[in-house]
Design a protein around this ligand. Structure first.
Ligand SMILES: Cc1cc2nc3c(=O)[nH]c(=O)nc-3n(C[C@H](O)[C@H](O)[C@H](O)COP(=O)(O)OP(=O)(O)OC[C@H]3O[C@@H](n4cnc5c(N)ncnc54)[C@H](O)[C@@H]3O)c2cc1C
Length: 390
């Protein structure tokens, strides 16, 4: 059998964003889509492959609130196409201890500007509605209903399955080693042979600069090794998705969590708490101090959800200096789109992939991407100030 080597679109990296881009590209050009993945499909060495991720409208800028609305709509299309439920709304609470009151206003202002409803409640009301919580009287909570769970691994698999159904070719164990333009096509030399494509999506996350650096220049990315825990809860019924909402502790350190879902127990993680690593030097071993922090949070605030570990997983956060996305065309390459999710993009994967494909074919996207240029000032600085807080 001859292996096809030339395609209209090649997507490099089949994590959450690349799988989505392959799907949306296949809706346009069917079998003319190639997906190239360095490891096996559905591997756990990147950022996207966990059972669940959090989705919310509650964000600190109107641009993200609107993009999250677009994400819900795009997920709806994917769900319909896949015949599968990928998003489960649970409602959400953002909890602010007094030390975090400083940034409450950003969230409120962003939601107000877009016209998204929310409700502020105090600690007593929080514990009355959800007796699972134990908090001090200073805690204020913002309740926002359009919050829930993305069935991440299932969503990635659905995107890839739908792309293949439309005729796309997905090749695993095909690390792209070099990329360059030859005679109007991009030549991608991989561990599984050389491919050519008219248009390329780069969605390599922790490994972005290996490829972006060859076409343009590297951007400042910080990669950290993070960790999540799933527990066998003491009180399983109280943590069912119908009874317990998704939550974010907006204090420092910031933790977040999800109810029990799809056979997994309640989940907790910390937003930016791990050591700096690279995609190649990270380990898969849970860190004892990190575990102790997550366990302590559960014991202090959600004691009924605490118990023995069901699973502890490590995962990569890859962040721009301002923690904002990159969704853009690569300068000087109007047929190469670059997507980088700044370690909060799984909820947006559907619309993120669609936007990259729209940029590639139409030069502009349905969603407003103006905040996420690859040429914004902080990405051009030699030693940019870094703020990973959102
Ligand atoms: C612990 C944790 C919790 C998170 N929680 C949330 C959350 O609740 N909500 C949310 O929205 N987001 C969350 N995120 C962030 C979100 O998961 C990521 O932003 C998103 O999954 C990134 O997707 P990606 O496709 O860019 O990256 P990845 O999934 O890492 O995919 C990149 C892919 O590119 C491949 N690749 C790299 N180089 C090459 C190459 N040269 N050739 C071929 N393939 C290559 C890699 O193997 C990989 O498969 C979380 C992340 C972590 C780690």
């Amino acid at each position: 059998m001859t292996i096809r080597r030339e395609f209209e679109v090649a997507v490099v990296g089949l994590g959450g964003i690349g799988s989505s881009a392959a799907y949306w590209a296949s809706r346009r050009v069917g079998a003319d889509v190639l997906g190239l993945e360095r490891f096996e499909l559905g591997h756990e060495r990147g950022a996207s492959q966990d059972h669940s991720r959090l989705i919310r409208l509650s964000y600190h800028t109107p641009a993200y609130v609107r993009f999250a609305q677009d994400a819900y709509a795009a997920w709806g299309e994917v769900e319909e196409d896949a015949g599968e439920r990928l998003i489960v709304k649970t409602g959400g609470v953002d909890l602010y201890p007094e030390s975090a009151y400083g940034w409450m206003d950003d969230y409120t202002a962003a939601l107000d500007e877009v016209g998204v409803p929310y409700e502020w409640i105090g600690a007593d009301e929080l514990m009355r509605r959800w007796p699972q919580w134990v908090v001090t009287p200073d805690v204020r909570a913002m309740v926002q209903d359009d919050t829930g769970i993305v069935a991440a691994a299932a969503a990635n698999a659905a995107h890839r399955r739908l792309a293949v159904r439309a005729g796309a070719t997905l090749v695993d164990r095909a690390r792209v080693l070099t990329i360059h333009e030859v005679g109007g096509l991009y030549e991608l030399q991989t561990e599984a042979g050389t491919y050519r494509a008219e248009r390329v999506v780069l969605a390599a996350d922790a490994w972005t600069n290996e490829l972006l650096g060859q076409l343009w220049r590297p951007i400042d990315l910080t990669v950290t090794q993070e960790q999540v825990h799933y527990y066998e809860p003491r009180d399983p019924d109280a943590f069912a998705p119908e009874r317990f909402p998704v939550w974010i502790w907006q204090g420092v350190p910031s933790c977040y969590g999800l109810p029990a879902f799809g056979g997994h127990g309640p989940k907790i993680g910390q937003d930016v708490g791990g050591p700096q690593v690279t995609g190649d030097t990270r380990s898969f071993e849970p860190d004892a101090a990190y575990s102790a922090r997550l366990d302590a949070f559960m014991q202090d605030h959600l004691p009924g959800g605490f118990g023995s570990y069901q699973t502890r997983k490590t995962c990569l956060y890859t962040m721009t200096p301002d923690r904002d996305f990159v969704i853009d065309l690569v300068p000087g390459h109007e047929h190469v789109a670059i997507g980088q999710g700044a370690a909060h993009a799984m909820k947006f994967a559907s619309v993120f992939g669609r936007s990259l494909v729209e940029l590639l074919f139409d030069g502009h996207a349905t969603s407003d991407l103006s905040s996420w240029s690859v040429e914004r000032q902080v990405l051009t600085m030699a030693d940019p100030p870094k703020s990973f807080w959102m």
